[in-house]
Design a protein. Structure first.
Length: 622
């Protein structure tokens, strides 16, 4: 009985080249385990041992190989079936990206100063109680109001400029104009600099541990010291970041002379929260229609921990995930641990091959808020992930890979008043790790091609700007990019297509090691029928992909000569979000220009004809 044989891929220099002419034709199928351009038809060639062969016997193996080759070379158009890595990447992006993002808030107009009423002329300022900032710097704020007639409203506005000076330096202060006679041109200004006394916990029946919350609020407040606005704001925000916790603080006259106490009331937010939804964001081969659900326990222990379960189901795909996080100390540091698994089976043209696979991933990480305020936030994150991927066809395991990835990231957001107000957010992540190809046949093919086995690294940048243009009009811009330093496994790659990319193309269209994506959206808040939350927008998407960081001889079996190319699309969208948690988002997009990744075909890489695409999602939070 002959020795079992393993599947390999056709080479431009293979003696089987004449039997592999389907490789050069644009209307053929391909399988993603090959790192080639995407036009390759998978050929099963006898010659090496077949790993995990469940069909012993040389004749049987050769029959399976010939059958698989015939099927994969007979489909009508070039198609790239997703593998475990691509499917994992697609689901992770879907779960972490909110489908509807709230519009930015316009900057409140400046208060109009009342200039009516009696006027006086002020020539000199006397300050009382100011010690944290030199007097000359404070008196300088009154210069625009000196030696000219001004109203009482202008006097009060001048005094309030001192509050802004203190705020810029991070101090809490109150400014008063005591009753006085200003006929001699002298104005007395009383400055009351706040000093922290203590935290006064208000009685209440809360699931959360009130003392733990109070320690978080007062982490950077010191009794008897000047009130640091930054420390107070940070503490209150971090306390409200704790799942299941609401913390409200009020300043009151302190027990000690010259101090203010913080009256803190701790209450609960819902213990259970979650969401249900559906969309057509799936891959054609595993099912476009999909439903998802999430359920979270917020603060079950009373110490700000969180347990979240999530799931996603499509026709040929199921995903389950579990995440647990808890605070470490009282300064915002959180630890998290997560597990997820994906099982898939390919349908459509690949159903006859019984192609299926799975991914199992374990993650552990830390997050720390370097800066936490109402206007500026910056977090530092560190994550270690271990992933196991398997793909098989006709009962034969084709790939078995282990990926260990470490990611260091900075993410943040900032609000500003420029041009009417805007919101910025961003993320910078450096990832590095090692890919371990467990099967000999997979390693052998990889050694003569992509060279994925071994160390890898890539840098990811995501930026977003929401700019207010008018009370009901705003512009949103998003930029995403990835720079790879090595050829990458499919789970680490960047892709252009799908509802979060160039929206005129299907999910996973134009995947590669490096790439960049720009989305521009012009939004209008529509008051139709008095429906609040209705948002219509027009958009333009564009992106460029570099398929391989390093190419190799014979990598481009389609002879396209394109390692890099661009895609463009435009369209219209309409979203609606209800205050009670219901949201719906619909998009109609059309490609602009041709798809260089499809060669001479008018079909995209999932086998569908290139043309307008509609995306729809709806969800209900509770």
């Amino acid at each position: 009985m002959g020795k079992p044989r393993a599947p390999t891929y056709g080479s431009p220099h293979s003696p089987m080249r004449r039997e592999q002419q389907c490789l050069r034709m644009p209307a053929k199928a391909s399988y993603p385990t090959t790192p080639l351009h995407g036009r390759q038809c998978r050929v099963w060639q006898p010659g090496t041992a077949m790993p995990n062969n469940r069909h012993p016997g040389g004749a049987s193996s050769r029959w399976i190989s010939a059958f698989a080759s015939a099927v994969l070379c007979s489909t009508a158009y070039a198609q790239i079936a997703p593998d475990a890595g691509q499917i994992q990447r697609q689901i992770e992006q879907e779960l972490r990206t909110p489908d509807i993002q709230q519009p930015p808030k316009a900057v409140a107009p400046e208060t109009v100063v009342d200039t009516s009423g009696p006027q006086v002329v002020i020539r000199r300022i006397e300050l009382e109680g100011a010690s944290l900032i030199p007097h000359d710097q404070l008196i300088r704020q009154f210069e625009p109001y000196l030696n000219r007639p001004i109203s009482l409203g202008e006097l009060q506005a001048a005094a309030q400029t001192l509050v802004g000076v203190y705020r810029e330096r991070g101090w809490f202060v109150r400014v008063q104009l005591p009753e006085q006679d200003v006929s001699d041109g002298t104005l007395r200004v009383r400055v009351i600099e706040g000093h922290f006394g203590r935290i006064d916990l208000q009685p209440g029946d809360s699931r959360a541990n009130a003392e733990f919350v109070a320690n978080t609020v007062g982490r950077h407040l010191e009794a008897g010291q000047p009130y640091s606005l930054a420390a107070l704001e940070r503490g209150l925000l971090l306390a409200n970041d704790l799942p299941g916790v609401r913390a409200d603080g009020t300043l009151r006259a302190g027990q000690a002379q010259g101090t203010s106490d913080l009256a803190l009331r701790v209450s609960d937010t819902p213990l259970i929260s979650g969401a249900l939804g559906a969309s057509n964001y799936g891959n054609r081969f595993t099912g476009r229609g999909q439903g998802f659900a999430s359920l979270a326990l917020n603060g079950p222990s009373g110490y700000g921990d969180r347990l979240q379960l999530s799931g996603l189901l499509a026709e040929h795909l199921d995903y389950l995930g579990a995440d647990y996080s808890l605070p470490l100390g009282h300064d915002g540091l959180r630890a998290r641990l997560g597990y997820s698994q994906v099982h898939y089976r390919l349908g459509k043209d690949f159903a006859i091959l019984d192609s299926k696979g799975e991914t199992r991933t374990v993650r552990a990480g830390l997050d720390y808020p370097l800066l936490r305020s109402s206007q500026h936030n910056l977090w530092l994150g560190l994550e270690q992930a271990q992933a196991r991927q398997e793909d098989e066809t006709l009962g034969i395991t084709l790939r078995e890979r282990r990926l260990a990835t470490t990611t260091l990231e900075l993410r943040g957001d900032a609000r500003d008043a420029w041009g009417g107000g805007g919101l910025n957010s961003g993320r910078l992540a450096l990832s590095g790790g090692r890919a371990d190809l467990r099967l000999a046949a997979d390693r052998a093919q990889d050694a003569g091609g992509a060279g994925i086995d071994g160390d890898f690294a890539h840098l990811r940048l995501d930026l977003r700007r929401d700019q207010v243009l008018a009370p009901s009009l705003y512009l949103r811009g998003r930029f995403s990019s990835q720079l790879a330093f090595d050829n990458l496994d499919s789970s680490q790659q960047f892709s252009l297509g799908g509802p979060y990319g160039v929206r005129g193309y299907p999910v996973n269209e134009a995947s590669g090691d490096s790439g960049a994506l720009l989305q521009l959206e012009l939004h209008s808040l529509l008051p139709w029928a008095g429906i609040p939350g209705l948002d219509g927008y027009a958009f333009l998407d564009g992106g460029v992909i570099r398929q391989r960081h390093t190419t190799w001889q014979g990598w481009d079996t389609a002879d396209s000569g394109r390692n890099s190319y661009a895609l463009y699309a435009a369209g219209l969208g309409l979203s609606w979000s209800h205050p009670r948690g219901f949201a719906i988002n619909g998009v109609l997009a059309t490609p602009l220009g041709n798809n260089p990744g499809s060669g001479e075909s008018d079909h995209d890489q999932d086998g569908t004809r290139s043309g307008p695409r509609a995306w729809l999602s709806l969800s209900q939070a509770f």
